[in-house]
Design a binder for this molecule. Sequence first.
Ligand code: RUB
Length: 412
Amino acid sequence: MEYSNRYLHLGESIDPDEHVICKYKMKTDLDPRKAAVAIATEQSTGTWTGISTLNDDILEKYGARVTDITGDVATVAFPADDFSIDIGGIPQVLSVIGGNLFGLEALKGVRLEDVFFPRSILDQFKGPKFGIQGMRDMLKRPEKPLVGTIVKPKIGLPPQGYADYIYESGMGGLTNGKDDETLSNQKFCPLEDRVVAVAEAIDRVKDETGHVMMHAINVSTSGHQILEVADRAQELGASELMVDVITCGFAAVQALAEDPSIKVPIHVHRTMHGAITRNRDHGIAMVVFSKLVRMCGGDALHVGTFGVGKMSGGAEEDLANQRACVATDVPYKAVMPVCSGGMHPALIEPLVKITGLDVQIQAGGGVAGHPGGVRGGAKAMSQAVDAATAGVAFKDYAADHKELFEAIKKWG
Ligand code: RUB
């Protein structure tokens, strides 16, 4: 391959208002400068050899520039004009910053660790409609972490059994319920019947106790029907919608969030992300996806459990996701970071010490597996959140809160 050093601009200062700046961690047997140039070339002008159609003007205006190589991390700056947001959007952005480069022979492995967008591109996205504050307002919960459940088993429950689970969760004090990622419109629990039954359950909780709750209905589906399914779910009483961003695509999140008829928050699940984010030598770091979800308008996003739950990620990567959800250097509302996966009441104390209070903590098995059933598990989760908010040690709080005591005895 005849990669040209004309893409190498080490030490050159780059205007962050005019470029999309990417950090790539590279694993290569080549001189790292060659490997970085391979990325810049492939992802901008796009081929491996000198071509008669590439003139100096095109290269200067649109060629990517390798501006730094520190250790195994290359900084590559793409001119903002390489991007097309009005038509193209995030699919086009990803094809530039995270496209063909992953297959280049010049690299044994390459990971897009982070990305920084200029204001001119950020301003073309709207961000969340609700975000942290909007969800807190809807739930009348100004300060404490939101506390939720993923209905388990994730398959098999019929609509009424499903709604009973949500009713028990609400009576136990949970603020959020959600469908799991594999639940859609299977025969055992048709989507429309589920929406109606869950909405009734949530209304019953409110009528009986005044407690407000929302439940995210999974509307992940093919692109041609996602808006129709979401509209129908909302019409039948869905208080929140859920979409799987990796399987449906960022454009699906944006389509839902920017549809003027959608008036409920969008909960963004990230199933399958591990196939792309988990390998530290190859793929795309979750923080990149977190930034894109915020641009596209997700209101709540799974960010991991900071090393305390069942899913990989680890505190450092999950903190980066959380920062991407709430950072104030972008023109959007803050996204509610969701901690989910292997959570149970006894893990809330260490988790909240890391995350602070602006999070949604949710548990499936950690609610439904409680000896006191779903209501017992919901109460234990709520008590754990109350204790963590008040800064009271769990052991002390559990002394006069039976459900938390039982949860700690089982899992703690
Ligand atoms: C939770 C569960 C969720 C994961 C996804 O169930 O399976 O789908 O949270 O993980 P349980 P992530 O509470 O029983 O473990 O949030 O890391 O994407």
